[in-house]
Design a protein around this ligand. Structure first.
Ligand code: FAD
Ligand code: NAG
Ligand code: NAG
Ligand code: NAG
Ligand code: NAG
Ligand code: NAG
Ligand code: NAG
Ligand code: NAG
Ligand code: NAG
Ligand code: NAG
Ligand code: NAG
Ligand code: NAG
Ligand code: NAG
Length: 509
């Protein structure tokens, strides 16, 4: 009987539900079919409901492992019928455990079994199941067709979250964010309907998927444009441990270098800042890759290296194959294993700021940021780093795409800055001081810029402590209203609801 009911539309179900008397349990609906499901109290439940970020604990109402898009649709209909919020999980790496819904009581649909990867050799278009991790995708694209996709460095990130909210790596200045290369998606909507989204099919949904997918549906497959993998990428890493005054000047030099018009799109890098060698020192690490001809590399970075003080540790520069470059960036093997997928974790909190590409960060802000790292950074009982990731500037592919072309809004940025702090041993508990330490890092910048400073935040470094009026704008800017309209059309009852989901207009229930 339930199976028949599940084929009705959500709207019909909502009205007939009360006439049914007792609401059937999720267990009675799901327990009798072939989908692997874990309910609270069952063996394995605790394992499958653990977050990557051990700071956070949420109890899903169930965690299901469908094998097909049709099974995902069945699960979504069941959740909608019972008015249980439904959440997709891909790699589970959400900073806020949004892969578990970011709250108790979600029906979690883990996509691990939807994991095909194929490349059409004639077009270079890859079709990728959203249960895949980015390291496995990189290996398959290269092995099957010598091709590559832009994405982040940590190989266990899931493509589901990564391509939903951005996807930045050192090839992004050349090829764009991961989501800029999505040309099609198979999406299960809130009422269980399966649709294709592309420039020509459901274009509103296609627009919303590229920046805010989890509010609109569950993507089971992405189609991506891919690129011929660079033949000889150059990995590089340089270290300086500097006292405060020199660190301030080093960060300022790095900003000037970031703005330099002579940086081609074929290079990507960031400056990572953390505790240095001696008390009060800050470690500056310039790390990145160049994808052009190796003999042209050093001319690009040499002016910056010449302006900096002497390096603290030997430089590392490696010309390798494409996959070996990804291994260097990841700091280890990039193929996932059942064990690596199940055991990676951290206990942390992070925030982000994007800085505008038409207005450098002020010397006052750089000084305040460096001072906070040099003083508070040595008091805090947490581990921490700050990353100044080069997104811009004007030669960057990210920057060439208009802010309203996709739901992803923050396009015209010099840097995305990540502020990250974890417990010292990476295990729980997370020291409360960590919040104040990070808030102080961010405030050191925002308090030293004019009101008009056009900063944003990166939705893939999701910050669950941002209040709604802040994240609406920081993540989505002027795209937020259009997102609400599309949400109202596609998910008016909020089946896909989580702490920072797009709210529909005038909730109907
Ligand atoms: C160690 C580490 C390193 C990182 N490095 C980088 C980096 O270099 N560059 C960068 O850009 N980011 C980086 N990130 C951030 C990363 O991109 C995000 O955390 C990303 O959202 C994780 O995706 P996931 O699928 O693993 O997470 P999940 O927790 O599974 O999902 C994240 C969000 O997406 C939703 N979602 C997942 N799959 C789907 C789907 N198929 N359909 C609809 N919604 C879905 C979930 O419901 C959740 O809201 C890093 C994160 C970590 C933990
Ligand atoms: C689903 O896929 C998994 C892994 O491929 C397999 O072990 C399982 O038997 C499949 N389940 C069904 C119902 O097909
Ligand atoms: C934990 O769950 C993962 C899948 O999320 C699975 O690969 C692993 O085998 C499980 N471990 C145990 C001990 O059950
Ligand atoms: C696809 O292209 C790659 C690299 O060009 C080649 O090695 C492979 O054999 C091709 N595969 C098919 C099925 O044509
Ligand atoms: C994705 O690519 C596959 C294989 O080429 C194709 O069949 C499918 O229609 C594409 N989907 C979308 C939404 O573009
Ligand atoms: C960076 O450039 C700005 C503006 O040109 C200049 O004022 C500043 O001194 C430069 N920083 C350093 C460390 O040279
Ligand atoms: C920096 O390195 C150069 C060349 O290796 C050396 O001559 C110089 O003394 C060093 N400067 C300092 C301050 O150590
Ligand atoms: C990378 O280059 C450094 C020297 O720049 C060298 O010490 C290191 O062994 C190289 N690593 C690899 C993996 O080639
Ligand atoms: C977190 O990961 C570490 C290292 O893999 C592992 O030893 C530890 O058991 C994990 N913690 C949990 C709670 O899974
Ligand atoms: C980008 O172009 C704008 C407008 O021409 C200019 O003001 C800005 O400095 C440029 N930024 C970079 C990083 O080149
Ligand atoms: C984006 O904004 C421009 C004007 O700034 C407008 O012409 C264009 O139609 C908009 N595109 C979309 C998809 O809304
Ligand atoms: C499901 O929702 C979509 C988008 O609102 C709509 O086009 C479709 O007709 C709905 N399907 C059913 C069965 O209600
Ligand atoms: C609809 C359906 O799949 N029904 C099955 C439920 O489980 C019982 C016992 O396991 C089967 O006999 C039914 O066919």
């Amino acid at each position: 009987m339930m199976r028949q009911l599940l084929t009705f539309s959500l709207f019909a179900l909502c009205t007939i539900k009360s006439a049914l008397g007792d609401t059937p349990s999720l267990q009675s609906i799901l327990g009798n079919n072939s989908i692997e499901v874990y309910f609270p109290g069952e063996p394995g439940y605790q394992n499958v409901s653990q977050a990557f970020n051990l700071r956070l604990h949420f109890e899903p109402i169930a965690v299901a492992y469908p094998n097909t898009t049709e099974q995902v649709a069945e699960l979504v209909k069941a959740g909608a019928f019972l008015q249980v919020p439904v959440t997709a999980r891909s790699g589970g790496h959400s900073y806020a455990a949004y892969g578990l819904g970011g709250a108790n009581g979600h029906l979690v649909i883990d996509l691990a079994n939807i994991n095909e990867i194929s490349v059409d050799n004639s077009t270079g278009v890859a079709t990728v199941g959203t249960g895949n991790r980015i390291g496995d995708i990189a290996i398959a694209l290269f092995d099957q067709a010598g091709r590559a996709l832009p994405h982040g460095t940590c190989s266990l990130i899931g493509i589901g979250g990564h391509a939903s909210f951005g996807g930045y790596g050192f090839t992004s200045r050349q090829w764009g964010l991961t989501l800029d290369n999505v040309i099609g998606a198979t999406v299960v909507l809130a009422n269980g309907t399966v649709v294709e989204a592309s420039e020509t099919q459901n274009p509103d949904l296609f627009w919303a998927v590229r920046g805010a997918a989890p509010s609109f549906g569950i993507v089971t497959h992405f189609n991506f444009t891919t690129y011929v993998a660079p033949a000889q990428p150059t990995f590089f890493s340089y270290y300086w441990s500097l006292p405060l005054e020199q660190a301030i000047s080093g960060i300022s030099l790095y900003q000037n270098f970031s703005f330099s018009p002579s940086i081609p799109p074929e290079i990507g890098f960031e400056m990572d800042l953390t505790k240095g060698t001696n008390n009060g020192e800050i470690l500056l690490n310039l790390v990145g890759s160049y994808y052009g001809s190796p003999d042209q590399y050093s001319a690009i970075v040499q002016p910056f290296l010449d302006a900096m003080p002497n390096q603290t540790a030997p430089a590392q520069v490696n010309v390798t194959s494409w996959l070996d470059n990804l291994v260097l960036l990841a700091g280890g093997p990039i193929a996932s294993t059942p064990q690596s997928r199940a055991s990676e974790n951290n206990t942390f909190y992070a925030k982000s700021l994007t800085t505008p590409s038409d207005q450098p960060m002020s010397e006052e802000a750089i000084t305040a940021l460096a001072s906070w790292m040099s003083v508070e950074g040595w008091y805090t009982p947490t581990d921490w780093f700050v990353q100044l990731e080069l997104y811009g500037g004007n030669t960057s592919k990210i920057d060439t795409i208009p802010s309203n072309a996709t739901a992803y809004f923050n396009r015209h940025d010099l840097w995305t800055i990540q502020f990250y702090t974890s417990s010292a041993d990476a295990e729980p508990p997370f020291p409360r001081e960590g919040f104040a330490f990070l808030d102080g890092l961010v405030a050191s910048i925002t308090a030293n810029e004019p009101e008009s400073y056009a900063y944003g935040a990166y939705p893939n470094y999701v910050d669950p402590r941002l209040p709604p009026d802040a994240w609406h704008t920081l993540y989505f800017g002027s795209n937020f209203d259009r997102l609400r309209q599309i949400k109202t059309e596609l998910d008016p009852y909020g089946v896909f609801t989580f702490p920072q989901s797009i709210p529909p207009y005038e909730p109907l229930l």
